[in-house]
Design a protein around this ligand. Sequence first.
Ligand SMILES: C[S@@+](CC[C@H](N)C(=O)[O-])C[C@H]1O[C@@H](n2cnc3c(N)ncnc32)[C@H](O)[C@@H]1O
Length: 298
Amino acid sequence: MHQNKHQNTYKQHVPVLLDEVLQYLDPKAGESYLDLTAGYAGHAKAVTERTGSLTTTVLVDRDNNAIKVLKETFDGTDIDLRQQDFLSASEQLLAEDRRFDMILADLGVSSPHLNEDSRGFSLQGSGPLDMRMDQEQVLTAEIILNTYSIDKLTDILKRYGEEPKARQIAAGIVHARPLTSTDQLAEIAKRAWPGHSRVHPATRTFQAIRIAVNDELGMLEKGLPIWLKLLAPGGRIAIISFHSLEDRLVKQALKEASGERYDAELRLLTKRPVVATPEEIVTNPRARSAKLRAAVKK
Ligand SMILES: C[S@@+](CC[C@H](N)C(=O)[O-])C[C@H]1O[C@@H](n2cnc3c(N)ncnc32)[C@H](O)[C@@H]1O
């Protein structure tokens, strides 16, 4: 592993809850590892340094830039790198009859996504209405915002953003068409929330559109049961989510599989979600909303 030319991008991303992930995954020499959202290799490097077992490690990410960094980080090794969404990667691994001692999903967007205006994720600055994690995907935020009906937009804002002013913002979007930049979208949300608010008034709107563009909840809901099947006996799974909609799905899936039944396939390692320490939040504000849940396969 060596320094790479994407070092700046790579440096922008600090892995969240790293100590806690290592505590629950508990990597041991020779163990296999599946990282479903390998991103900028923060967790993957720390885990594989402990297992020393790169041939039984699979790293997945659907983002071009992340894959470039992962390739350079693990250059010269036999690591199995897959540029895919984690749902199709998981289905494929199951079809290959693979099993893993550790599985990690660190959901959502990375800091480089948020820091680069050109990706359209950030509500600060001005960028194109893109928001795709997979740059090859056809559906963009621009298509959703300029073509979906007011009812459909209201539903997205309510469901994925829990936005109380969903209808008003959806009407603002339809009225302002054609929308081409993120600052236009932020402005529409701001108009619905005049006066001072604790969070940026467009936060919920951006989250909702981003989730819709990337089908984030759909993929998580379908992926979770497959991930449990991909765990070897004694295998540990850790999932980090960044908003309550994701955490609800994770909590439910782990709870169902670890009930009081004699044939329950999992044992929960975290009764409550683990959150970042105040010290971590100071150095990495992205950790503020992170929630980690973990379980072990019996
Ligand atoms: C929070 S970052 C992960 C950072 C990583 N753990 C690290 O330490 O560098 C989330 C990553 O997951 C990827 N991602 C999100 N949803 C995905 C999905 N459905 N399939 C594949 N990758 C996904 C994003 O592209 C992003 O790189």
